[in-house]
Design a protein around this ligand. Structure first.
Ligand code: SF4
Length: 369
């Protein structure tokens, strides 16, 4: 049995500052599942519970991980803006005595509704928004280091696609210890800074390395990242992972509408002790987060980052039985670069068919650069 402490499970990125402010430690259940040597067993636990074979392996893995890690007694589930299966997951967990707390990103995106939802979460966990904003400041050094690692992946070319992926996704909960996480990130930055550039590695089969963007839910098998590097390519943009990490809005000022919404909910200067600028930036961070709101926001972010990072082609990863697979309808028309969709089901390997399609895609891109 895994050993877990005083923790709250989260099914996806939420305003994690609230969890720290309330004195709990967040555990991203996706990371708990996928980093475990028992991940296949977690999926089996879900099948024994009655989850269908034809349902998403991420949901099944999360359910199995919580059942295994009996110290997780509370789970915050994102019931709007993440996954259509979360409500069922929460109800299945509740049957086993887990306290479930729903969190809903507003649709359409709306500062007032988001502030109300964050305030509700604060009240449920026994804290308030002033304390959450203090954690927003405390988490900044760790987020700045993640932003540095991302830069070292796409601009300095010394960080691999897998390394960047792992740092980005692990910052959804800071491995439950932001200070150690920031120190570990700093050590990694020092080590990576001494490397030779990966885009000049020996044996590239094309005129230069093929630069890829990854869009879609995180992969159930991270083998995709080293696989493309064997082929002469590298992922240098990780769309959803970067969004989960919240580095997209670092240093950007908040907007007037957020200030107005904060006044409408709390009355600025009356119930709020924190610096209004930090409060506004805290809310702005979760409004700038594209993933829970609209595909048009995501498309704009992807196209902008593809230009900036000089991307050659886009890989849309889709998870078998996931409703988000339909995002292809928009992505295939709105993304400006060559585009391929790769599907995977269970943890293991990405499969022969997906591998072959990736090889062909990289080959065609590489021959045309
Ligand atoms: S892959 Fe799709 S169905 Fe599975 S947990 Fe993620 S959003 Fe939900």
């Amino acid at each position: 049995m895994s050993s877990c402490g005083d923790q709250i499970g989260i099914t996806s990125t939420i305003p994690v500052e609230v969890i720290f402010a309330a004195g709990y430690l967040p555990v991203d259940l996706n990371n708990l599942f996928i980093s475990s040597p028992d991940k296949e067993r977690y999926v089996e636990i879900s099948h024994e519970e009655g989850f269908p074979q034809g349902s998403c392996a991420w949901i099944k893995g999360i359910f199995g991980a919580v059942m295994d890690c009996q110290a997780i007694k509370k789970v915050i589930g994102i019931v709007r803006g993440d996954c259509s299966g979360t409500e069922i997951l929460l109800q299945a967990l509740e049957r086993h005595g887990v306290e479930v707390i729903p969190f809903a990103y507003p649709f359409p995106k709306n500062a007032y509704e988001l502030i109300k939802e964050i305030d509700k979460l604060c009240r449920v966990l026994g804290t308030d928004i002033n304390e959450a904003v203090k954690w927003f400041r405390k988490l900044r050094p760790a987020r700045e280091r993640i932003a540095r690692i991302d830069l070292m992946c796409w601009r300095e070319n010394v960080v691999s696609g897998l390394e960047n992926h792992l740092w980005l996704v692990s910052s959804s909960d800071f491995k439950s210890d932001p200070e150690s996480f920031a120190n570990e990130a700093e050590e990694f930055i020092m080590e990576a800074g001494r490397r030779d550039p990966l885009d000049q590695r020996y044996g590239l089969p094309f005129k230069r390395e093929v630069r890829l963007a990854y869009v879609g839910v995180p992969p159930i098998d991270v083998g995709l990242f080293p696989l493309v590097e064997e082929m002469g390519a590298r992922f240098v943009f990780h769309e959803t992972q970067r969004q989960f990490s919240m580095i997209h809005s670092l240093g950007k000022p908040g907007r007037k509408e957020i200030r107005d919404a904060l006044s409408a909910v709390f009355g600025l200067g009356k119930n709020l002790q924190e610096e209004p600028e930090d409060l506004v930036s805290f809310i702005a961070q979760y409004l700038a987060y594209t993933y829970p709101y609209s595909l048009s926001d995501r498309v704009a972010d992807i196209n902008e980052q593809c230009d900036l990072r000089r991307i050659d082609g886009v890989v849309h990863y889709v998870q078998s039985f996931c409703y988000r697979n339909m995002e292809d309808v928009i992505f295939s028309r709105e993304l400006k670069l060559p585009f391929i969709t790769v599907e995977c089901d269970c943890p293991g390997t990405i499969g022969a068919q997906a591998r072959l399609r990736m090889e062909n895609f990289v080959q065609v891109l590489g021959e045309n650069i």
